[in-house]
Write a protein that binds this ligand. Structure first.
Ligand SMILES: Cc1cc2nc3c(=O)[nH]c(=O)nc-3n(C[C@H](O)[C@H](O)[C@H](O)COP(=O)(O)O)c2cc1C
Length: 395
């Protein structure tokens, strides 16, 4: 897709990038990216809960510049949104994780690389001028994880993200309907019923074939076998559920900061602090794991109260606009992570699409701050928002 289209009057928000992604990517890829678990209640509520937060603007104030920078785990980032780990990015666009990391660096923010990635982590780190984090699953076993941690350290990844909400993969009902398993691993004749959706997306298909077809999981090196095939992931995830005991083991190997991602409850937040996390991400995996859990922006105040400033608290889930980012920061998050908001851009147009997504969010954040009468994201606090009182601990 030409850059012109990304900057046309038809692309003014993330929902527009979502529409472009649905036109370029085959249904199976788009639905993997867009969908959630089971009835998709949490997926919807993550977004809807932001509507319950209202702003309290200070009128008739003006300032020349607006400061959007924040410090996260010692890195000063130009913009308070980090690119969340998104598995299978290379299936969305051949540029995949390398393209997304480059766009993150250009926007002055952090890229978090998923274990479920098709590009080598060394190439991803080399592509970004900004900091990068490595998200670790124990898929492939402890030996494979140890190898990845060592490679990530050598390549210069500054933090490790441990995702704790995936004891098994959630039931994303769109995937079996679209033939995800058959297309990834089935015999040829089993793929046939699902092929029209792929053949009807020639731009995506050309990119996929030129990229060499199905990528391997280049960052899960199975001892004696080499990179893990893409096909085995769901089953492998179920065999590699992570516990607090694993976190202790990881801490012995990884000396840098650890971010625990997937916290929803105050007691788990406290546990993560006690286990040595440097930061936590209030997250429900974008509504892709257990359905009917609390939307994350709603869970945020209680988690913040529980950790009492001992660690940095980040959040993700449902961020589709810069105003959502401002709301999360006003409630008390240090920064947010965005998943689908940038991945729609990636699926629509590779690096240029991610860049456009980040620009849209950045412009939104700055405009929202100016409309609020607040000159810096660091000055945001709860006096700028109102939200339902039952989001707080009851007295
Ligand atoms: C397509 C897709 C793949 C994801 N893969 C991973 C992953 O490999 N590891 C992980 O920790 N989180 C993964 N997530 C969850 C994101 O890191 C993040 O928590 C979530 O996308 C936030 O919600 P949002 O998409 O509404 O921004 C994935 C999310 C999506 C949409």
């Amino acid at each position: 897709m030409g850059r012109g289209k990304l900057y046309s009057s038809r692309v003014v928000n993330i929902a527009d990038l979502r529409r472009l992604a649905s036109r370029r990517a085959p249904q199976v890829v788009f639905d993997y990216l867009d969908g959630g678990a089971e009835a998709e209640i949490t997926l919807r509520e993550n977004i809807r809960a932001f509507e319950k937060v209202t702003f309290r603007p200070r009128q008739a104030v003006a300032f020349a510049t607006c400061d959007l920078s924040v410090r996260v785990l010692g890195s000063e980032i130009a913009f308070p949104a980090i690119l969340a780990p998104v598995g299978y990015s290379r299936m969305m666009h051949a540029g995949g994780e390398v393209a997304a990391a480059r766009a993150a660096g250009a926007a002055g923010t952090i890229y978090a690389l998923s274990t479920i990635s098709g590009h080598r982590l060394e190439n991803v780190k080399a592509a970004t001028s900004g900091p990068a984090w490595y998200q670790l699953y124990l898929v492939g076993g402890r030996e494979a994880a140890e190898g990845a941690m060592e490679r990530a350290r050598q390549a210069g990844f500054s933090a490790l993200v441990i995702t704790v909400d995936t004891p098994v993969a959630g039931m994303r009902e769109r995937d079996p309907r679209n033939g995800m398993k058959e297309l990834l691993s089935g015999r040829v004749w089993r793929k046939i019923p699902f092929l029209p959706q792929v053949l009807s997306r020639p731009a995506w298909l050309t990119g996929f074939l030129l990229d060499g077809g199905l990528p391997k999981l280049e960052n899960i090196i199975l001892p004696g076998q080499g990179p893990m095939p893409l096909t085995d992931v769901t089953a492998a995830l179920a065999r590699s559920a992570l516990t607090w005991a694993d976190l202790r083991w990881i801490r012995q190997i990884w000396s840098g900061p650890i971010v625990v991602k997937g916290i929803l409850l105050a007691e788990d937040a406290r546990r993560a602090v006690d286990e040595g996390a440097a930061a936590i991400v209030v997250s429900n995996h974008g509504g892709r794991q257990l359905d009917s859990v609390s939307p994350t922006i709603r869970a945020l105040p209680k988690v913040l109260a529980a950790v009492g400033g001992q660690v940095e608290v980040l959040m993700d889930g449902g961020v589709r606009r810069g105003s959502d980012i401002v709301k999360a920061l006003a409630i008390g998050a240090r920064a947010v992570l965005v998943g689908r908001a940038y991945a729609y851009g990636l699926a629509a147009a590779g690096q240029a699409g991610v860049q456009r997504a980040l620009e849209l969010l950045r412009e939104d954040v700055e405009r929202t701050l100016r409309l609020l009468g607040c000159s810096s994201v660091k000055e945001l606090d709860r006096s700028y928002v109102e939200y339902p009182c039952d989001w707080e601990n009851r007295p």
